[in-house]
Structure formats: structure tokens, C-alpha cells
Ligand binder design. Sequence first.
Ligand code: NCD
Length: 317
Amino acid sequence: MNTDQKVQKNFKGRDIIDINDFSKEDLLFILKLSRKFDPFFVKRDRSNYTIAQGKIAAVLFFEQSTRTEQSFRSAAQKIGMGIIGFNDPESTSIHKGESFQDTIRIMDSYADVLIIRHPEVGAAKKAAEVAEIPVINGGDGPNQHPTQTMLDLYTMQKIAGKLDGITVALMGDLKYGRTVHALSIALSHFKVRQIMISHPSLTMPKEFLKILDSEGVEYEQLDKLPQRLSADFLYQTRVQKERFTDLNLYKKIKDQFILGKEFAKQLDLGVKLMHPLPRVNEIDPSLDAHPNAVYFAQARNGLYIREALLALVLGRL
Ligand code: NCD
């Protein structure tokens, strides 16, 4: 078996819960495979409707979502899967008092893969302890969002042509933002310099910095955006209102890291602007048309990553 075949074998039946479980080799393999689903790389007809025919994805969303839920639904159908699930747990027997574990056990027997988003840290892991089929973490509270990270890496690699040697600035809510937590860890596998820009009360949690330290990652922490940012990518994020216990604090700092019209100058100089979306007001819409504003393309890439991931964990690639 060559290395790719070995890595591929690794993925069958695998849970996608924590970005720390994925080696550099694993991540590069997923990125490579995702290209097979991307019309930018594959010009011929991309119909893959039979890859996972007969398989069922259960989409269990205990927290709001647009991109993650809908792109998983679209990806599953594009590779021939059927879909069951819910995005309003109050419409299920949870409303009658059924436990999380029992709900998972039941969905496990109706599906071939579970995709779960939940406001609690560790919820996807808890589901994986009960479920026999693969569980994919679509975001567990303020902790992690590993499939978002995969599409973020895919986007960076597609644009920069590489990951080693780039500089990435992460800005906004680094405390509660699960996307930046998982992304920062994944980038630590590559020779990437990281710049973290946030209000002092929203800095990257120590548990994640510790991992960066142990990997010898070069990073700096700033409390404002430099006049001239020296980075290949600026990854802007939303201040996570729903995670604050003190709403006055939220109100005080929510507008301190807005990118206005004047940021076009930095885009002109070559900084690429990313954002996991949804944005509230942290990027002025006048920037959207700039070729270096790549957040909508980034969201589209989520489809290709999720097609590849579903096929991989089902052992259908
Ligand atoms: C993010 C999330 O849910 O963590 N959105 C997404 O999945 N693309 C970011 C956010 O809500 O701010």
C-alpha cells in the first residue's frame, strides 16, 4: 500500500471530532481528495451521485446554522446519500424529556453517519461514545469546528498554492470562536506564522496557546490591526454574542474590530480576507467585490470538503 492508500484506510468509519486527531498527512490527504469535487480542478461533469448511494446522513443540529448544515445536506445529496435529521430539537422527543444519549442511540440505528452541532463543549464526543457509526462534529459550543478548519485550509492552499511559508492573521473573537481554535491548531502542523489580533478580553485561550508552544509555532498577539498588516490572509471573525455571560462587555467590545471601506487599501496590497461567516457588521459590504475578499468562495469550498469527508468516512472513495 502506498502512503495515500494507508491514510485513506485510516478514514473509514472514523469520527471527525477534534482537529488534534488529524496529522499533517491526514489533512493534506483530505485537501487533495476534495479537489476531485471542485469544478475549479475538475472541468468534466462532476456527477458523483452513485458514490454513496443507499447511505443515509443524519443531520442533528441543536444550534443554529446556515452554511454547515446546508452544505452538509447538499454534499450528502451530491454523492447520492439520503438525509434525515432535525435542526429544531424542540420538535423531537427531547421536548418530552428524552436524553441526548437516547436520541443519539436512535438516530444511530437509522443512519450511516451522524453530523452534529451542539452548544455544549464535548457534545460530539459524547455522541461518538454512544454511536457506532461515524460522528462528525459540526461545532461544539466554543470549542472546535474541525470541518470548517478543513475548508479554511483548502481555501488557503487553493489561493496561495501552499500552506508552508504563509502568514495568517486571526482577528476578532479568539476566545469564544471555535473556528479560530481549530484553525490555529491545524496551522501549527505547517510552517505558518500566526498573528492573533483581539481585544485583551477575547484572546486565544491558554489551552490552545499551549499546543502552539509545544509545536514551536511562531506567533504574536496584538490588540489592534496594524496600519499595514504583513500577512497573506486575514481571518476575520464575528464576536460570539451567544457565548457571553456579560452582555455589557459584549456591547462594549463588539464594534472594535470592524473592517471598513478603508481596508480596501490593504486588500490592494495583497492581503486576502477570509471569514467563516455569518458576518454581522465586521466586514463592510463594500469590500465584497474586491478580488482579495474571498469569504464567499471560502463558503463554497465547504461543499467539496464535505463531499470528500462523507465519502471517506463511509469508505466509498
Ligand atoms: C461559524 C460557527 O458556527 O462557528 N460559522 C460557520 O460554521 N461557518 C462562525 C460563527 O458563527 O461566527
